[in-house]
Design a protein around this ligand. Structure first.
Ligand SMILES: *[C@@H]1O[C@H](CO)[C@@H](O)[C@H](O)[C@H]1NC(C)=O
Length: 333
């Protein structure tokens, strides 16, 4: 047993060296030292190791916690195990925001898990807002290559002054590059990290078609391996203090390597079900920060011609993708 675990540690260190940067090197923060309850205290349970947290949603309340510090840039990560079984309308969110400080012009970077209905996959939504750009919305949705209710999986956000990258199990699934045309829409003020579970009946699953059914509750989301590796802002000096190691990490990670980029493209080709960049019912012309990928555009058009623009009969005939049995009726709120 001992030998095996030593071997596994050795292997994980080794793979860390090969790919340059992995999570194994990053400090895991304990709940005590880094977080505070946000709401639903009765439904928040911290494991005695201080590093795992359970959030529950029942008919009385959801629950959540927030980082003690605000951060300007960094790498933020959690291992999350989502509620199993029927969970329509249940929203689990892992996100950064400064909505408490800036009511009118807040920033946000979101990972949102939008319940499921039995037999279908969970959907993940990513989104960003900058300086109160809530009238725009830059949502993307995807499904996953695994069942996120069966095990813990790592969900991470890298945020620098020029890039935002979303990762699932260290695979980049979305990259937002700051462009001058985005103006204030790129998140640029210090934010806290939030983790919540709540009742999103009106909105979450298929645009609110399926609400939370408490007969199947309570709904439990589990979190561990919480990483806050960034530049915490000193509350008095209002100045971000970065560890040299964090700066180096951010700088290296924001340059996606060719092999990681190839993985991202494969992911997006197989699993993306919605992107604001291709939604012709919302934006006649893509927002200027969109990098239009013809393969993605084509695939979404075939998947859902109403939202993404019609495709020719030939295109449809040629399409044999993993989405062919998925539901395309999702709409955004
Ligand atoms: C952000 O919003 C505030 C208030 O609406 C505005 O004064 C400021 O110029 C904006 N900043 C950017 C970078 O757009």
């Amino acid at each position: 047993m001992e030998t095996l675990s030593r071997f596994l540690v050795f292997m994980s260190l080794f793979s860390g060296l090969v790919s340059g940067y992995t999570l194994q090197n990053l400090p895991i923060t304990s709940f005590e030292e880094s977080y505070t309850q946000l709401f639903g205290a009765k439904n928040l349970f911290v494991h005695k190791d201080g590093k795992s947290v359970r959030l529950t949603l029942d008919e009385r309340t959801g629950s959540g916690f927030v980082s003690n510090d605000l951060y300007l840039h960094g790498f933020f990560s959690a291992s999350i195990k989502l509620p199993s079984d029927y969970s329509a309308g249940v929203v689990v969110a892992f996100y950064m925001s400064n909505g408490d400080t800036y009511e009118k012009n807040h920033d946000e970077i979101d990972f949102e898990f939008l319940g499921n209905i039995r037999g279908r996959e969970w959907r993940i939504q990513t989104n960003i807002y900058g300086n109160g750009s809530t009238h725009l919305g830059r949502e993307e949705r995807c499904n996953l290559w695994f069942d996120p209710t069966e095990d813990y999986h790592q969900y991470s956000i890298l945020w620098s002054d020029s890039h935002i990258i979303f990762y699932v199990d260290n695979v980049p699934i979305r990259e937002v590059k700051r462009t001058s045309s985005m103006g204030g829409d790129f998140p640029s003020k210090p934010m806290s990290l939030y983790t919540t579970i709540w009742d999103g009946s009106k909105w979450a699953t298929n645009g609110g078609k399926y609400g939370v059914n408490y007969k199947y509750g309570p709904y439990i989301a589990r979190f561990s391996d919480l990483v806050l590796h960034g530049c915490a802002v000193d509350p008095i000096e209002q100045f971000p203090k970065c560890e040299e190691r964090a700066i180096e990490y951010i700088r290296a990670a924001q340059e996606i390597s060719p092999s990681e980029r190839a993985k991202m493209e494969v992911f997006r080709r197989k699993h993306m079900t919605y992107s604001y960049c291709y939604d012709r019912t919302r934006y006649k012309v893509s927002l200027p920060d969109c990098v239009v990928n013809p393969a993605e555009a084509h695939r979404l058009r075939v998947y859902d011609p109403v939202t993404f623009g019609s495709s020719s009969r030939d295109e449809r005939r040629l399409f044999v993708g993993p989405l062919s049995n998925a539901n395309s009726a999702e709409s955004s709120s």
